[in-house]
Design a protein. Sequence first.
Length: 341
Amino acid sequence: MRILGIESSCDETALAIVEGRGERTKLVRSLVASQVAIHKKYGGVVPEVAARSHAEALPAMLDELLGKTRSRTFDAVAVTAGPGLITSLRVGVDAARALAFAWQKPLIAVNHIEGHIAANWLDSKILPQFPVLALVVSGGHTEIILVRDHGAYEMLGATRDDAAGEAFDKVAKILGLGYPGGPAVSKRAEAGNPIAIAFPRPMLASGDLDFSFSGLKTAVLQHVQNHGRRRVADICASFQAAAVDVLVKKTIIAARQVQPKTIVLAGGVAANTVLRTTLRLAVSQQLPGIQYIEPRLAYTTDNAGMIAAAGYYLSQKGRVSDWQTLEPNAQWEIGRDENRE
């Protein structure tokens, strides 16, 4: 079975075709049009500009992806229906609805977060085994989710304010490192000392699985106000170490509580080398018998391959949407199925 995936939740326009068979999914082709250069001058994503760019890019990208074969290339259409920027989501959802109607293909609404989680199955030699504990870390989300099966999720913990990726971006802005900020902070951290500055580990002893990164961001701001931007590499390394420490330790606590068979990492910040290495080592040392899987680096950032993969698994469970009524939902929380009807 082949699934056409469409992703337009923020500032990447992405299309992909994924082939699914049994529990395995394989990427056939993927296209991504980034808008980083467009939004860089604004220091962040401008929703109206992002939506216009999606609308301009999609037709040519569809022509390139499908060529003359058109509807014969795939068996269903999967699209990110939320969460994200409502203007951007609208472009992708409307395109998917039109394609599903015109070519009489099933339409599958995918939650952006479950797409990130599904990236751990895409082209993976070793498949995650349920129940799966997912640490989702991105610009807009920081969550610990118990995945009992494809499409069956339980939120165990989430951020109460800034997401980890958002905190990386704000620290980059404080330090004048430009946009996008997360990769810039991580790059500068490579030359820094992670124990040079004793930044706080927010909510590490809170007794629950929630996160908070606004205090850590404020600690960086206060340090810069008091000491200036000297030793930027040390600031970046110490900030990154504090954020990763909280993410990893909370995940280990969650795993001890729910006893999953597999732990997976997901989201844009899953590309962070320190996070990947630290979590991998912590699971192997502290949780013997629990499998650890992380997505390929190419599948950590927003892409349509992960959306198509999630769509394939949902299709196997009959989770098909109505093209006439499907609407994007910018606040769609994973595990709530109102967008699938």
